[in-house]
Design a protein around this ligand. Sequence first.
Ligand SMILES: O=C(O)CCC(=O)C(=O)O
Ligand SMILES: [Fe+2]
Length: 366
Amino acid sequence: MVLATSSEKIRDIELPIIDLSLERSEVLKHIVKASEEFGFFKVINHKVPEFIIKRMEDESYSFFSKTSLQKQCAGPANPYGYGCKNIGFNGDNGEVEYLLLHANPLSISQTSKTISSDPITFSSTVDGYVAEVKELACEILELMAQGLRVPHISVFSKFLRDLNSDSLLRLNYYPPLITNNIHQLIIHDLLEDDITDASPISSDEARIFSKEVQTCHHRHQQCKIGFGEHTDPQILTVLRSNDVGGLQISPQDGLWIPVSPHPNTAFSIFVGDTLQALTNGRFKSVRHRAIVNSCKTRMSMVYFGAPAPHARISCPSELVTPHKSYLYRPFTWAEYKKATYSRKLGDTRLQCFRVQSDNSDEILSE
Ligand SMILES: O=C(O)CCC(=O)C(=O)O
Ligand SMILES: [Fe+2]
């Protein structure tokens, strides 16, 4: 089981919430600032209808509430389908179950046959949800392009609109901590710490023991990793979760900021590695993770907007200046994906695509 380390700081910092119904010139300023500062923000007053979200959530809950055997029939998650605990191809684990789907309607309809007893309803629900969140992602990417004063506002969104776009939808399900398991973990921790011994204990010792039990309980609730730290490799991530907390972002090494699940009508937006490259490092791909920190089930629905495999990723010339030359060499999404899949979840990959530079001002923390 993966636990968060004790050397890190967790700080409640207010994260940007951007109201998309405000004046466009205001919205784009806020989006650029948040993407530069955090690589993360929430959006409210978006146009995604609540009933589309609710329908997707219901399908999701209904899948994850099946028996383990039934869910296994929809696996493995490679390339698309059900996965449990193992994330990616290189031994990463978390306390998570998930369904990985390609965002392409044809692929969705094929995968749906193993996921649902009513595959037509399942695939039309996923298609409807994907179409809406893709539109939201494109709108945000166009605001970003305009905010960065790039003349063609579709310079980033065109990658998601490409018919061969490699975008994905991942449904993550973090089961609640089960009391028996916690108890075993606590006893295990206490025994490891040599707090117990075989002789009868005094009332003072009993009090200390009880306090230790509470502390351990708290520690396990706080620190059990559902989805280990990583950056998303794609362009833009649009995440919707239920009202249970657990998501954290890390805008700098060792500092973690919890993302509150409120307002619960919001979507969380993450800059991905490819957008960092497309903006010549102006926007930061944000490290994040999900902690299982509640007795309640957490669920997230995550759309990853990605380019087509052969799309060439190179930042627009407007974002290159005499003081900031090209930071990354051009690459294709297929190349980047291969680099991602050959590494561990938490590894940084973008630095392998950096152009060597003598200018130390340009060194970014990746
Ligand atoms: O479930 C979450 O809140 C985070 C999931 C995540 O980061 C991912 O699926 O890439
Ligand atoms: Fe992620």
